[in-house]
Design a protein around this ligand. Structure first.
Ligand SMILES: [Cu+2]
Length: 421
């Protein structure tokens, strides 16, 4: 083609493209003006669809937590959820609401009083021990994570979900085998729950284990904002009698200094929580020497968390798929919990004292990353203490092997032999 003609053609094409763009731009401008006029006429401020709460919905008081409760599981820092019976159905009420919650409240850790005076770090050495951080999040019944639903294998349950958020919602029962339209696949296998609406999910539990519920329709936003909680299904029969059981949900947050709102699109997390609290505000896990203890860990974050405990060997006895058969259970003291997974560990608390229990990704045991290079900081993030209260505080420390007991055996029971099968 003649070079000159080609240049003219290209120039002409450019001019018409420019004219077209200019026209489109004018159209867009016009529609914005129209919307503004419309808003003015009806005295409604134009608002973003991204918002924390819904000005048209006044969040109700959370439903009472004092109904019937099994009370076996302790979800440290989170109140238990009661249920009502409707025939043979256990009914649990969950209100999805905008909330404000302290991750750290600036107070001393509750284990502070257990530390011997001579072991305490001199005043002035450690800074930022009492940092305060609040978040604006979305939770169930006033907290993130929401309350734990505690039920038995074979139960039929109903979750009454009220949506008091500014956005559509569906709630997924994670790890449970149930009918498609009860699973929480909003917009696919079921309609979404619109703001202000309530819907029931109902199903029978044919499994046991550590499951959980979480917001599903806009999965990233709903869960990153905190919409989750545990569903603990006790098996028809435990392998061993368990004395104490705890649930810990792992979450992580990106909160810029001076902010309350989690940044949902960054993965550079700087706050790490057990049940919605960072150290030093995570409650102590308190057990008695000789107790068989089960800790159920749920990971609702985007990273894996290798959770580690001092002074004891535990057995991995369950995953999000339910109990692990005895022949396949693993000994260990660090368990890696994957995103979207749960891990149950069980141990005999034979060793008295204050034992660290924390994530072993060391960036996850500090608060607000930016502070660290500036000085000495005590533990933050995913860190707490397992306090094993001795039977006899004056007894000399002795490893059970010296008494001929096999600590490495899954059947090890300290001095509670008569209670195991
Ligand atoms: Cu971690």
């Amino acid at each position: 083609m003649n070079k000159k003609i080609f240049t003219y053609l290209a120039l002409f094409a450019n001019i018409s493209l420019f004219c077209q763009e200019h026209q489109d731009h004018k159209k867009i401008e016009h529609s914005v003006v129209e919307k503004k006029l419309h808003a003015k006429k009806h005295h409604v401020m134009p608002r973003l669809t991204y918002s924390w709460d819904n000005p048209k919905i006044k969040p109700s008081a959370p439903p009472p937590l004092t109904g019937k409760q099994m009370g076996v599981i302790e979800t440290i820092g989170i109140p238990p959820l009661g249920y009502d019976m409707d025939g043979n159905v256990k009914v649990f009420k969950l209100f999805a609401q905008p909330i404000e919650q302290y991750i750290t409240d600036g107070k001393d850790a509750d284990y502070e009083k257990l530390i011997k005076e001579k072991n305490k770090v001199p005043a002035g050495i450690v800074h930022h021990r009492h940092i305060v951080q609040k978040i604006r999040a979305w939770g169930f019944n006033g907290t993130t994570p929401g309350p734990t639903i505690e039920v038995n294998e074979g139960d039929r349950i109903r979750l009454v979900i009220k949506n008091e958020l500014p956005e559509p919602l569906s709630v997924h029962s994670h790890g449970i085998e149930l009918p498609n339209d009860q699973d929480g696949e909003g917009g696919f296998a079921e309609p979404v729950i619109m703001p202000g609406q309530t819907r029931n999910y109902e199903y029978t539990l044919y499994q046991s284990g550590t499951a959980f519920y979480h917001g599903e329709f806009n999965l990233m936003k709903l869960t990153s904002y905190g919409l989750t909680g545990a569903i603990i299904i006790h098996p028809k029969k435990y392998e061993y009698k368990v004395d104490k059981q705890f649930v810990i949900t792992l979450q992580e947050w990106r909160i810029l200094p001076g902010n309350l709102d989690p940044d949902l699109v960054s993965m550079d997390f700087n706050w790490f929580t057990f049940n919605g609290k960072s150290a030093p505000s995570i409650p102590t896990i308190t057990v008695n020497q000789g107790d068989r203890v089960r800790i159920r860990l749920i990971n609702m974050s985007m990273d894996n968390h290798p959770i580690h405990m001092h002074g004891h060997t535990w057995w991995q006895v369950g995953t999000e798929g339910g109990p692990i058969p005895k022949s396949a259970q693993w000994p260990g003291n660090t368990v890696d919990v994957p995103p979207g997974g749960s891990r149950d560990v069980e141990f005999i608390a034979w060793n008295p004292g204050l034992w660290f229990f924390h994530c072993h990704k060391v960036h996850h045991v500090i608060n607000a990353h930016a502070d660290v290079p500036m000085g000495v900081m005590s533990h933050g993030g995913m860190f707490t203490i397992v306090n094993v209260i001795p039977k006899d505080p004056n007894a000399k420390w002795q490893h059970p092997k010296e008494r001929g007991e096999d600590v490495s055996s899954r059947d090890f029971s300290y001095d509670k032999k008569e209670e195991t099968k």
